[in-house]
Design a protein around this ligand. Structure first.
Ligand SMILES: [Fe+2]
Length: 386
């Protein structure tokens, strides 16, 4: 079978990477940009700091600052209207996954017409989207380097997953300076999201040698640096390495796919409006316990154990890896159970399992679980009994 690898044309990393943007923008011959961000990054001046780099390249800009976590269809529509009214030829996402996913949705609809709902699924657009520059402030969703974007549909109480090579950003900027002020809880949740991307990409049915390389390297770096980044946000080396690792994890899952953790997390996050990273982090060890029962994944667990530098046999690998993931989660303050997330109600698990089974990420899982198996994982994650 042949494998396709999509990647971003230009990516910049490290402290001060934003300074490289003006020269790159001049090559694109763009004139008017819409910065897509949230009110916090607007009010704290981060959006205008990026705007300074646009002005340096002769690009004028306006700011849309009403992006919210788990962006909804309404937010996307409002942003599309702003982009069309201003006749912009560039979108500049400033933020984490929510800002970048909003910009990707706007980019596709602005170039292809119709409604954002029309693009749910795989490769549904015809035309390349409006160009996007993604200035990432978390580490992270990997959205700056993936073919995925997620939009919440409140009417259905769920998330729509779009997988579309036309939504890829043109320039990705992972400037460590923009990540230094992330609070510990956000650093922990987004870091565990990145770890989940790497694990799921390694277990995905379409994993290939290139995506395995990206996934295993990301796991190793996250395992070595996430604790440090959470404990001391000013640890520049830890922040920089986390930025590389989350990008590497993003490349892995963008090209191999995700799986059951994300499918279940999308259902949870869409239903109760819970943070994406936290949902993944809580679910990850419980889904891994389900994975442990699959003989084909034994070797892959051993690969993860090696990435974590755990000294164990292939037979012991899954146990040791799950224990290591739980240990990391405890150290960085991730809740142990879904019960601790308060809003979650066990009587909803049947409905959530149905949503998860129909999520695009589930189709990339190494096998399709039954509804009863998904409900069982939700229950164990709720009770905390592995
Ligand atoms: Fe994710």
């Amino acid at each position: 079978m042949a494998d396709r690898i999509n990647s971003v044309k230009t990516s910049f990393f490290g402290k001060g990477a934003i300074s490289l943007l003006p020269a790159e923008l001049k090559k694109m011959r763009v004139r008017r940009a819409l910065i897509v961000t949230d009110s916090f990054l607007y009010e704290t001046g981060v959006a205008d700091q990026v705007g300074g780099a646009l002005l340096e390249a002769g690009v004028e800009y306006a700011v849309y600052y009403r992006v919210k976590p788990n962006p909804t269809i309404d937010v996307v529509n409002e942003c599309i209207n702003a982009a069309l009214k201003l006749k912009v030829d560039l979108l500049v996402a400033v933020g984490g996954g929510s800002a970048m996913d909003t910009a990707k949705a706007v980019s596709i609809v602005a170039a292809n017409g119709g409604r954002v709902e029309d693009y749910e699924g795989v490769d549904r657009s015809k035309e390349p989207g409006l160009p996007i520059v993604a200035v990432n402030t978390t580490a992270g969703t990997g959205s700056e380097c993936t073919v995925f974007y997620i939009v919440t549909d409140p009417a259905r109480g769920s998330k729509m997953a779009m997988v579309d090579a036309n939504c890829m950003v043109s320039i990705a900027i992972n400037d460590t300076d923009f990540m230094m002020s992330m609070p510990p809880a956000l650093t922990a949740a987004t870091g565990m999201d990145a770890l989940t991307h790497a694990v799921e990409a390694h277990f995905a049915k379409n994993a290939n040698p290139m995506t395995d390389k990206d996934a295993l390297w990301a796991m190793q770096v996250i395992f070595d640096h996430l604790r440090r980044a959470v404990k001391n946000g000013k640890d520049e080396e830890a922040r920089t390495m986390m930025a590389y690792a989350e990008y590497s994890a993003g490349m892995a899952f963008s090209n191999a796919g995700l799986g059951m953790v994300h499918a279940m997390a999308h259902a949870l996050g869409g239903h109760y409006n819970l943070p994406h990273g936290v949902c993944n982090a809580v679910l990850l060890p419980y889904v891994m316990e389900f994975d442990e029962t699959v003989p084909e994944l034994k070797k892959r667990f051993k690969g993860i154990a090696e990435a974590f530098r755990l000294n164990c046999s292939e037979a012991q690998a899954s146990r040791e890896v799950i224990r290591a993931v739980q240990g990391l989660s405890r150290e960085i303050g991730i809740p142990k159970t879904l019960k601790e997330l308060e809003k979650v109600k066990p009587e909803d698990f049947g409905e959530l399992a149905e949503l998860a089974l129909h999520d695009a990420s589930m189709s990339q899982n190494y096998l399709m679980p039954s509804a009863q198996q998904v409900i069982g994982v939700y229950r164990r994650a709720y009770e905390g009994r592995p």
